[in-house]
Design a protein around this ligand. Structure first.
Ligand code: ATP
Ligand code: ZN
Length: 600
């Protein structure tokens, strides 16, 4: 076991295993301190915020108004860190009067604040390396020569103390390990995450954009992104209709009183846009959920037990006032369209309906080739009575029922308190984003409460009124989050059925082969294929490369031979080889590819 000596802010020293979690954190904190020292040395007058060991590396904040650090200067900072990490260099702790320490940083409001926070009885402990000293916080390594395998990664903005009312500082990020191969693995994983990030791909492939100046969290779908979405929407509507769902359209605006009845106004208000006061006493609300809308559809007729389970579905647009810091590309937005559905069931039907929804979901996942997910049963936090509808018996019954359904189906799951909807517990399907964050894709939720609030009933076999139970379900989440997820999962190389451009035709010479290319395009388009011809005045090699970077599944090159033989030369995405074949053979190939959804 390799050990390192760590120094705590109180001056105590102990030996720990360097491969333990604390060992790595101390290395990160030490490197952050050396980065702060390098910044101090290289940029005269720089005002430094905190130096921090994070869960995946380290960072140092500084004021960017007088000293702006550019991405080109990160290498020079690495050299600066190396100079501090000399063989015999040590971090030392000194204790000084607070007034003296403050005098040293009199032009730096951030260091001053950090010193004041850390001071005890007008004294403050500092960590010193070379001639640089800063406030002692978390444990550091006594000897810094182990700081060898590190990289200063990037610079971005961050608010001082994380509060958006505070000034925006620049944050310089880095990563460090004891061993070289651990650093290399980490850098590879980061590169992979960047390549998967749907925001990067969305930009490269021109799928969508979000412009905070026009509206944070309000995405614009470009034609190619819109095509992917339309294919998903058609798929899901067809699938649901085939499974007994009745698709409807309902308004995104509703009288606020309805949300008071539903309890959204009481329990969910902080996520809702403020109501619009129409001046005549009427208040309209942008809906944050579609449930009350589908309840209106249910209530519009007297319902009989023969109609149950009654399955109402909609691609329902909704608005939620998500915090600006939580917004991320299409993953978390403020305007979204949920693949929503509510089934109204008799008590005896709950379990079967729950299972059939789950079965449908598993089929849909199969068609999209989604395999990497886990099931979470989301319960209320019984202590948080503000957030959750207050009815112990209802919660206990519903939670037990969910568990039973999962156990009956033999599916693995884990349980999480405090993740339920305010009206009931749910099954969430958890996936991971490219950046490693957990996110909920699909969800199935039991609800005994809204049917009561809205006084819903159906006429039973006995001729009497009975209360139905509602099951809320989102099969593939919102169009936004699902598209983000698929983009990351496929790294932008969508299977042919989802690809916005399925075929790109490239004439070898525009003057000789353009007509043939156009005829071919018409034939393919008539067969329902999304196809275009690249007529631009560019070299053929350039056009072929671009079709590859745009991840078009099939590129067809047509020149003299193809015109003569009525054929095409096919290059599939990601493959080097080119294959010449007749038009009909190509058509058979691509139609075969399109006939099965998943890419088994
Ligand atoms: P989350 O915990 O992710 O905020 P939630 O529990 O509030 O979601 P639900 O009310 O169950 O979400 O909404 C149904 C589904 O809509 C979620 O499972 C999620 O996949 C998706 N969704 C929720 N909020 C957003 C958002 N801001 N942007 C995009 N999709 C979202
Ligand atoms: Zn609902």
């Amino acid at each position: 076991m390799a050990e390192v000596q760590v120094l705590a802010s109180d001056g105590s020293v102990k030996k720990i295993d360097r491969d333990s979690k604390e060992g790595l954190q101390a290395l990160r904190q030490t490197t952050a301190l050396l980065l702060a020292a390098a910044l101090h040395q290289q940029f005269d007058g720089i005002r430094l915020g905190a130096d921090v060991a994070s869960d995946d590396g380290f960072y140092v904040d500084s004021d960017k108004d007088d000293v702006q650090v550019s991405a080109d200067e990160l290498g020079q900072l690495e050299d600066g860190i190396k100079k501090f990490a000399k063989d015999d260099a040590k971090i030392e702790r000194v204790e000084v009067p607070l007034a003296d320490a403050l005098a040293e940083v009199k032009n730096d409001p951030y260091q001053s604040e950090l010193l004041k926070t850390a001071a005890d009885n007008d004294k403050v402990a500092l960590f010193k390396v070379g001639d640089f000293a800063t406030v002692a916080t978390e444990d550091v390594l006594c000897y810094v020569d182990v700081v060898k395998n590190f990289k200063v990664l990037s610079v971005a903005g961050a608010y001082w103390q994380g509060k958006s009312s505070n000034p925006m500082l620049q944050r310089i990020y880095g990563t460090v390990f004891y061993k070289k191969d651990a650093l290399e693995d980490d850098l590879k994983a980061r590169q992979e995450a960047r390549e998967r990030d749907h925001r990067v791909i969305g930009n490269d492939l021109d799928l969508f954009f979000v412009d905070p100046k026009v509206g944070a969290g309000l995405p614009y779908w470009m034609p190619k992104g819109a095509t992917i979405r339309r294919v998903i929407e058609r798929y899901i509507i067809d699938k649901e209709v085939a499974n007994g769902y009745k698709h409807v359209y309902t308004p995104i605006l509703m009288n606020l009183d309805v949300y008071k009845t539903s309890g959204h106004w009481q329990h969910y208000r902080e996520d809702m846009f403020p109501p619009m006061d129409m001046g005549d006493g009427e208040q309209l609300e942008l809906r944050p959920m579609n449930c009350p809308s589908h309840i209106q559809i249910y209530k519009h007729h007297i319902r009989s037990y023969r109609e149950l389970p009654l399955r109402i579905a909609e691609l329902g647009m909704m608005h939620r006032y998500e915090k600006s810091g939580a917004l991320s590309g299409l993953q978390r937005v403020r305007e979204m369209t949920l693949n929503d559905g509510h089934t109204f069931v008799a008590p005896s039907q709950i379990l079967d309906e729950f299972k059939s929804i789950l079965q449908l979901m598993i089929e849909v996942y199969h068609d999209f080739d989604i395999n990497d997910y886990s099931f979470r049963l989301s319960y209320r936090d019984p202590k948080n009575t503000d957030k959750y509808f207050d009815d112990d018996e209802m919660w206990n019954n519903a939670q037990t029922m969910l568990k039973q359904a999962m156990d009956d189906m033999g599916l693995d799951y884990y349980e999480a308190e405090g993740e339920a909807a305010f009206y009931g517990p749910k099954l969430d399907v958890q996936t991971k984003t490219a950046l490693g964050n957990d996110e909920t894709l699909s969800t199935i939720q039991l609800d005994f409460m809204l049917p009561k609030q809205f006084d819903l009933h159906y006429i039973g076999e006995d001729g009497q009124e009975h209360r139905p139970i509602m099951i809320h379900r989102g099969l593939v989440s919102t169009m936004e989050r699902f598209t983000a997820y698929l983009t990351e999962m496929y790294k932008g190389a969508f299977p042919t059925w989802l690809s916005p451009e399925q075929v790109k035709i490239i004439p070898v010479r525009e003057d000789l082969h353009a007509d043939y290319a156009e005829d071919l395009r018409k034939e393919l388009a008539a067969a329902g294929i999304r196809v275009s011809v690249d007529h631009r005045n560019e070299k053929m090699g350039y056009k072929i490369r671009e079709a590859q970077t745009q991840k078009v599944p099939y590129t067809l090159v047509v020149g003299d031979n193809e015109v003569k033989d009525s054929g095409v030369t096919v290059r599939k995405y990601g493959e080097e080889k080119q294959v010449s074949k007749s038009k009909q053979d190509f058509l058979d190939e691509i139609l075969g590819d399109l006939s099965s959804y998943s890419r088994e």
